[in-house]
Design a protein around this ligand. Structure first.
Ligand SMILES: CC(C)(COP(=O)(O)OP(=O)(O)OC[C@H]1O[C@@H](n2cnc3c(N)ncnc32)[C@H](O)[C@@H]1OP(=O)(O)O)[C@@H](O)C(=O)NCCC(=O)NCCS
Length: 186
């Protein structure tokens, strides 16, 4: 896979995103996407100290990889390079969703959310929830998630605000196969 994340400016300049499952060897690349995504996409919504505390959760890459591996983690690729990832903790909670800043607002987040919703729905979940950052809340509201409550959570020495949102699922859509190259979503 190499060590390079995508830097294309528009999805229309490249092929459609593909989906594949997380492997432990992806951990360093996903940690890089995680850090860059927070530092570049969330900087307007949180203070410098809050950003540093949030980013530091990937400092221990072994623990970060364990967190990814304990969830259902899917990676979106563009031209074979990771462009973002999403993880589902348990049957019905979205733990992480991070998109490489170079391809933000190009549909990668929506692609990943759609895939995880279909898989969770096919496994029997009727409702998904997420504790969304202030950066991501408008994204989830765009996808018809409803606000449940506001939270303030301790992260190292900082307190970060987030919002719990939820959405009821319908199960009538086809389920993507993340192990199939350029699977049925494409
Ligand atoms: C939230 C995030 C995953 C969205 O990914 P994305 O690939 O940029 O999202 P999409 O391109 O699929 O966006 C779809 C729609 O959601 C809404 N949306 C997405 N990001 C938005 C933002 N920052 N502000 C307002 N609306 C937003 C828009 O309606 C957008 O459609 P448009 O671009 O045509 O206006 C991405 O911004 C990110 O990684 N953020 C930083 C990390 C983070 O906060 N993760 C969430 C932790 S729970």
């Amino acid at each position: 896979m190499g060590s390079q994340a995508v830097t294309v400016k528009r999805l229309s300049d490249t092929v459609a995103p593909a989906l594949r499952p997380f492997l432990p060897k992806d951990t360093p690349m996903l940690a890089r996407i995680y850090r860059a995504s927070i530092e570049q996409l969330a900087a307007e919504d949180y203070s410098h100290g809050q950003i540093e505390a949030w980013v530091s959760l990937a400092d221990d890459e072994a623990a970060f990889g364990e967190r990814l591996g304990q969830s259902l983690t899917l990676i979106a690729t563009l031209n074979g390079l990771p462009a973002g990832f999403i993880s589902l903790k348990g049957p019905d909670h979205i733990d992480m969703l991070y998109v490489a800043p170079g391809v933000a607002r190009q549909g990668v987040g929506s692609f990943l959310l759609d895939a995880i919703e279909k898989i969770a729905g096919a496994r029997g979940a009727t409702r998904l929830s997420v504790d969304a950052s202030d950066t991501a809340s408008p994204f989830f509201e765009h996808h018809l998630y409803l606000v449940e409550r506001r939270n303030t959570v301790p992260v190292n020495d900082e307190w970060l605000g987030n919002t719990t949102l939820y959405r009821f699922l319908t199960t009538s859509q086809p389920v993507p196969d993340p192990s199939a190259p350029n699977g049925p979503l494409h």
